[in-house]
Design a protein around this ligand. Structure first.
Ligand code: CA
Length: 309
């Protein structure tokens, strides 16, 4: 498992922590890729004036492990472009980065010479202050956990998702369908990306929100209530590890990737730190009690021994 370090940033009156990891899951190789980076503040301007995060999950496809190339190219292109221009409008920046990634992957596929097409899904979130901007193509997803409820933010670009939208299939039927992995859009499959893509979603984050980004190797096997329970129980690195373990326990036959965002009020975090300080400050006195108790016990044993012999 490639487990990345947790990153935490105080953003105005909220504190955001993130973590992400990917795992081969039920396959020998990993065609998923994950990205977790801190974004610098762009100075005084309104946009990008706060530090933040970029998180992304990509799920590559293509024969002979070429899916790995596609997902890595998507992640690298996205990471480079978002870091290059921190002052730009986030939604526009994400659209440009997805377009660029599509071109790079399509060219790489054509350059391979055997006419093979490579492609990848991509779901990404940029967090600046309390604003989260999410972009997606394919069936890697973003979920929001708010007030104990799970909401799928992204809409899959897949055959079954389109049939569900048209009312031709229920969500449960889509979940069971043998065709559930057939995508209608992915990065790299066509020379030019559909002008409507990527889909963009904007959310104002609230304290106690959680975001989950994941590949289908995860959401195919893990249910809604399990996701909610895990992300509310653990901190982001713990949650990411537990979610991946859960997908493996549930018998995923695919690669598994998950990223978690935790939003807390600055007050909650300060309260927790104060509690920790109190516990730490309380330790010396606990040691003294232990040592004194030890001495008293020792003296008592010596006295008893002297009386007996
Ligand atoms: Ca997959």
């Amino acid at each position: 498992m490639v487990l990345e370090q947790v990153r935490t940033e105080a953003l105005a009156d909220i504190v955001v922590s993130v973590s992400a990891a990917t795992d081969t899951g039920g396959r020998p190789d990993n065609e998923d890729a994950v990205l977790e980076v801190s974004l610098a503040s762009a100075g005084d301007g309104e946009i990008g004036s706060q530090p933040g995060f970029l998180l992304a999950v990509a799920d590559g496809m293509g024969g002979h492990q070429r899916g790995e190339v596609a997902s890595q190219l998507a992640i690298e292109t996205l990471g480079r472009m978002v870091n290059e221009d921190p002052g730009a409008d986030t939604a526009l920046l994400l659209k440009q980065a997805f377009r660029r990634a599509n071109d790079v992957i399509h060219q790489n596929g054509r350059a391979s010479g055997d006419g093979s097409i490579i492609g990848t899904t991509l779901v990404a979130v940029v967090i600046r202050g309390k604003y989260a901007t999410i972009a997606n193509i394919g069936d890697s997803r973003a979920y929001l956990v708010r007030a104990n409820q799970l909401t799928q933010i992204t809409r899959d670009h897949s055959l079954v998702a389109e049939q569900v939208a048209e009312g031709a299939m229920t969500s449960d039927e889509a979940r069971q369908s043998p065709h559930r992995n057939i995508l209608t859009h992915a990065l790299g499959h066509r020379q030019k990306l559909d002008p409507k893509l990527p889909s963009i979603f904007e959310i104002v984050l609230l304290a106690e929100d959680r975001l989950i980004l994941c590949s289908d190797g995860f959401h195919d096997v893990v249910g809604d209530s399990d996701m909610v329970e895990v992300v509310l129980q653990f901190d982001p690195p713990g949650a990411v590890g537990a979610l991946i373990d859960l997908a493996k326990t549930r018998g995923t036959t695919d690669n598994v990737t998950a990223a978690v965002v935790r939003v807390e009020s600055a007050k909650t975090v300060a309260g927790r730190e104060r509690e920790l300080d109190t516990v730490l400050a309380g330790r010396p006195s606990q040691w003294i009690i232990l040592v004194v108790t030890g001495i008293i016990l020792f003296v008592a044993i010596v006295i008893v021994a002297l009386m007996v012999f």
